[in-house]
Design a protein around this ligand. Structure first.
Ligand code: AMP
Length: 194
């Protein structure tokens, strides 16, 4: 059973690494952004609610996001194997709610990996991603808003996880392969060998 949280700014490549890591660990990769995008594509009620926030680069309200994650974490695959959580928590309220949920599930966080890269590198990656995927929130204007929200609300969480003794730092400025190697190194430091 392994419980991993991925933290990091938009465009840092956490999604790619989360999928890779989840596969190696044999646990589900849970991406809140992907759940929202799937719901928007299917035009569900949740999707309609989330759409406006996402296209403006704002957070979907906690009152929607926290119960959505809570429901997903109570599914059997998570209870049996654990998870790699990509895109949650994004603020202190979510981190506290997650702790409470995981305490109920008897599944403490093994490691919170913080991926970091310079602002220039993130903007470069965005330009690249915008060419390959057509995400409505990858326009330069919305991306800068997401980055600002990240620095204000999400980045302080690294201190929260450091205080809990579970933070692992990953240099994410290199290629996907190099970032993967740095991620495995950070996991080894937390006694997770894969
Ligand atoms: P991502 O794919 O992780 O970059 O997420 C895309 C967008 O989905 C974000 O910019 C937010 O608008 C929304 N979102 C994803 N995760 C969360 C979360 N934990 N809390 C609030 N909004 C979120």
């Amino acid at each position: 059973m392994t419980a991993v949280i991925m933290l990091g700014p938009p465009g840092v490549g956490k999604g790619t690494q989360a999928a890779k890591l989840a596969k190696r660990l044999g646990v589900p990769a849970i991406s809140t952004g992907q759940i929202f995008r799937a719901n928007i594509a299917e035009q569900t009620e949740l999707g309609q609610l989330a759409d406006g926030y996402i296209s403006r680069g704002e957070f979907v309200p906690d009152s929607v996001t926290i119960p959505m994650v809570a429901a997903r974490l109570q599914e059997e695959d998570v209870r049996e194997h654990g998870f790699v959580l990509d895109g949650f928590p994004r603020n202190l309220e979510q981190a506290l709610a997650l702790d409470e949920l995981l305490t109920e599930l008897g599944m403490p966080v093994d490691v919170a990996l913080e991926f970091s890269a310079s602002r220039e590198r993130l903007l470069e990656r965005l330009a690249n991603r915008a060419q390959h995927e057509s995400r409505a929130d990858d326009t330069p204007e919305v991306f800068l808003r997401r980055l600002k929200v990240y620095y204000e609300l999400t980045e302080p969480l690294s201190k929260y996880y450091e205080d809990h003794g579970v933070l692992g730092v990953v240099d994410a400025s290199g290629s996907a392969e190099e970032v993967g190697d740095n991620m495995y190194e950070a996991l080894r430091k937390r006694n997770i060998y894969i």
